[in-house]
Design a protein around this ligand. Structure first.
Ligand SMILES: *[C@@H]1O[C@H](CO)[C@@H](O)[C@H](O)[C@H]1NC(C)=O
Length: 335
């Protein structure tokens, strides 16, 4: 009789603990942090990846040509993964989890062997114009296991940590200019959503022990392309990146390739938004401070790094090198 009583008590305790856990999750007390993934580095302590943005056009507007060259460079650099800076599917994101555009613009285009790696993606404003939630669904991973897209998340690759931030809800114009409809499910109320995203980013950056800190978003902080600087991000996101020694901010949105140096910190603003249609000749020189490289055709970017050195390379649609930039950190520096 007594043994049965003990068992019942243990069971009750478990039920109580599980209920408590579910309750806490529900109130966002436990899940307030960005989801965190781990990615191993190579045996020699290095890491390499490609960065492409604004690409999903069923192969048109040079998307297939860019994809082909990504395959070649990807093989040469033995890449570990691919980063997508958003606007994954044009014109209006995916219609749902079974939209054939997923295969037509992703699986059947990036077919090279070297690109059969994990793709880490953020959502762009065009993705929000369709079923944004579908792109986050694990059912897409069942169709193509390379796909990984969340609103905001962290990839910890030992020597480097990548912080992916959902930037579309930060942009006021999408709410005030009713030109398109957006799928805001899961991000309202916007004010607290964006405030929490910044808070969570700050806490993840604070905890990071990685030598290289890289932040990825769809919208540019600084750009001289069609859209130009994103003032909301200059005001709200940039001070956090400057305060926590971020090395690189990578984005898409403007259909060009560019590198701009921050005047207040070592941050490099890198635009890789040229995965398909490019905006030739569309340049805004209202704020051209720190511009080191700008190209208005299609292409992509590679990142190679180890504990002490980092190299960025931009390529055009023929795989030709357009621009190179390298940085290093002292051997004995701790951060
Ligand atoms: C594709 O790229 C080539 C080379 O840069 C360019 O001449 C051509 O206009 C591009 N096509 C489109 C549709 O953008």
């Amino acid at each position: 009789m007594e043994r049965f009583g003990n068992k019942a008590m243990v069971l009750c305790l478990w039920v109580f603990l599980i209920s408590l856990l579910l309750l806490l999750c529900n109130f966002d007390i436990i899940s307030a942090e960005f989801p965190k993934l781990k990615h191993p580095i190579k045996g020699d302590g290095s890491l390499s990846f490609l960065v492409v943005g604004d690409w999903g056009r069923r192969g048109d507007f040079n998307q297939s040509e860019v994809a082909f060259q990504m395959g070649k460079i990807g093989e040469k650099l033995d890449i570990d993964f691919v980063v997508s800076t958003g606007d994954n599917f044009y014109d209006d994101g995916l219609k749902g989890e079974d939209d054939p555009n997923f295969l037509d613009s992703f699986s059947n285009i990036f077919t090279a062997k070297s690109l059969q790696k994990q793709w880490f993606s953020v959502l762009g404003n065009h993705d929000y114009r369709g079923d944004a939630v579908a792109q986050l669904s694990s059912s897409l991973r069942k169709i193509d296991s390379r796909w990984f897209c969340l609103r905001s998340f962290v990839v910890n690759a030992e020597i480097a940590e990548l912080f992916f931030v959902d930037t579309t809800p930060f942009v006021n114009d999408y709410f005030t200019i009713p030109e398109h409809t957006y799928d805001w499910r899961g991000v309202t109320p916007i004010k607290s959503y964006t405030a929490n995203a910044l808070k969570d980013l700050e806490s993840a950056l604070k905890k990071s022990r990685a030598k290289w800190k890289i932040v990825v978003g769809h919208h540019a902080i600084r750009s001289i392309g069609h859209h130009g600087d994103t003032h909301e991000l200059v005001q709200r996101l940039l001070p956090i990146l400057q305060a926590y020694n971020v090395d690189l901010y990578m984005n898409g949105h403007d259909h060009c390739l560019e590198r701009i140096s921050d005047h207040k910190s070592p941050i490099q603003f890198l635009t890789s938004g040229a995965g398909s249609k490019a905006w030739r000749g569309d340049v805004k020189l209202t704020n051209d401070e720190g511009v080191k490289f700008f190209y208005d055709g299609q292409g992509f970017m590679s990142v190679q790094l180890n504990k002490n050195n980092l190299e960025i390379v931009f390529y055009d649609v023929f795989g030709r090198v357009l621009h190179r930039w390298a940085a290093s950190k002292q051997l004995h520096s701790d951060m």
